[in-house]
Design a binder for this molecule. Structure first.
Ligand SMILES: [Zn+2]
Length: 353
């Protein structure tokens, strides 16, 4: 009986939560945010101030190192991470991190650092959810079959509509116009596509819409020089987020290895130092497999972040670190969400890029 009790005590100490990992994408004041990726600049500063007052904010590596020994449940460990590598991580987030003394890891998709490339979801936003006039029918070849989407009276989208619907996002139940319907349908279509198919489809959509490249300076990605500047100083570690941001689970293993390995090489050559942290694109359990996790380990990373809302315990798999997605919340809401996550009473939806 004593042995059973000792076993149970050991088990409960192993599953005892020690900390939380937060997932951000962008710190920016935007016209619209259909994917709910951005936290406003002032709100982010408020959130960081709250973190450094209430929690023990540490790097990801320190969180993992200390997860077996940390026992102060009143002051949990917290690590801050960013996915994707938007330029605003340097321009807006880094100053706030520095002034609140909060360390963070920024996971960069290395294939987007050069040229004028933007993420596909941002291109779709620029094409469909900004004022413009588009052709009435969009024909697209999907899996060898021609499909058509009709914009009808929503071919023209003006400034007033753009302002009226700026609060719309993909978690809304209603789509106010056919443009929003189409944006949502195309997001679902493009997300699982391999890089080449996705680029081909985007190319068709761009030329249909009359864009050479649908770029918006508000959605700019870090350049290699900016990645270096971001990583300089004690506050920001740069980690890898693949080259082209694919759903890894849908790729053959060889292609997965290239995405995981090349991103590391590319970032290491930009930074001239080892890159040892990785985050799975999209990051839900459906977006990678046990083989992916093994590849990440083989390619020399020492930890990897997923995207499912759980607290870190001493048993947490360091190659599938859970994270909580932070939204554009004011300090009160942020404080409440943090306490609920820490108490284990709420899990936010996993939607994230
Ligand atoms: Zn991502």
């Amino acid at each position: 009986m004593a042995r059973v009790r000792a076993g149970l005590a050991k088990l409960s100490s192993r599953s005892q939560p020690v900390g939380l990992i937060l997932l951000y994408h962008r710190v920016a004041d935007l016209e619209g945010d259909p994917q709910l990726l951005a936290v406003e600049v002032q709100r982010f500063a408020d959130q960081m101030a709250h973190l450094s007052w209430r929690y023990e904010v540490v790097t990801l590596h320190e969180l993992i190192r200390r997860r077996s020994t940390h026992s102060d449940v009143r002051r949990p460990l917290v690590a801050v991470t960013f996915d994707d590598g938007y330029a605003d991580n340097l321009v807006n987030a880094k100053p706030a991190l520095e002034s609140a003394h909060v360390p963070a890891t920024v996971f960069v998709a290395s294939g987007y650092m050069e040229g004028e490339q933007q993420f596909w979801w941002d291109e779709l936003e620029s094409i469909f959810l900004r004022p413009s006039s588009l052709p009435e029918v969009l024909p697209l070849s999907v899996d060898g079959e021609m499909r058509e989407w009709v914009l009808g009276r929503d071919t023209v989208y003006d400034d007033a509509q753009c302002i009226a619907y700026r609060g719309w996002n993909v978690l809304c139940r209603e789509d106010p116009t056919r443009r929003h319907q189409l944006y949502r349908a195309l997001c679902a279509l493009l997300r699982p596509m391999a890089e080449a198919d996705r680029e081909r489809t985007l190319c068709t959509i761009r030329s249909w819409a009359g864009y050479l490249h649908a770029t918006a300076s508000s959605h700019r990605i870090l350049t290699p020089q900016e990645v270096r500047t971001l990583a300089s100083g004690p506050w920001v570690e740069v980690g890898a987020h693949t080259e082209s941001h694919p759903v890894l689970a849908r790729l053959p293993l060889g292609a997965q290895r290239e995405e995981i390995g090349r991103c590391k090489e590319r970032l290491q050559s930009v930074l001239s130092c080892p890159v040892t942290s990785f985050a799975y694109p999209y990051g839900t359990m459906a977006d990678y497999t046990a083989d992916t996790t093994a590849l990440v380990k083989e390619e020399g990373y020492s930890l990897a972040c997923s995207n499912y809302p759980e607290r870190v315990t001493r048993d947490t798999d360091v190659y599938q670190l859970p994270r909580f997605v932070v939204r554009n919340w004011d300090q009160d809401r942020f404080r409440t969400m943090m306490e609920s996550w820490w108490q284990g009473t709420i899990g936010e939806e996993a939607h994230a890029y």
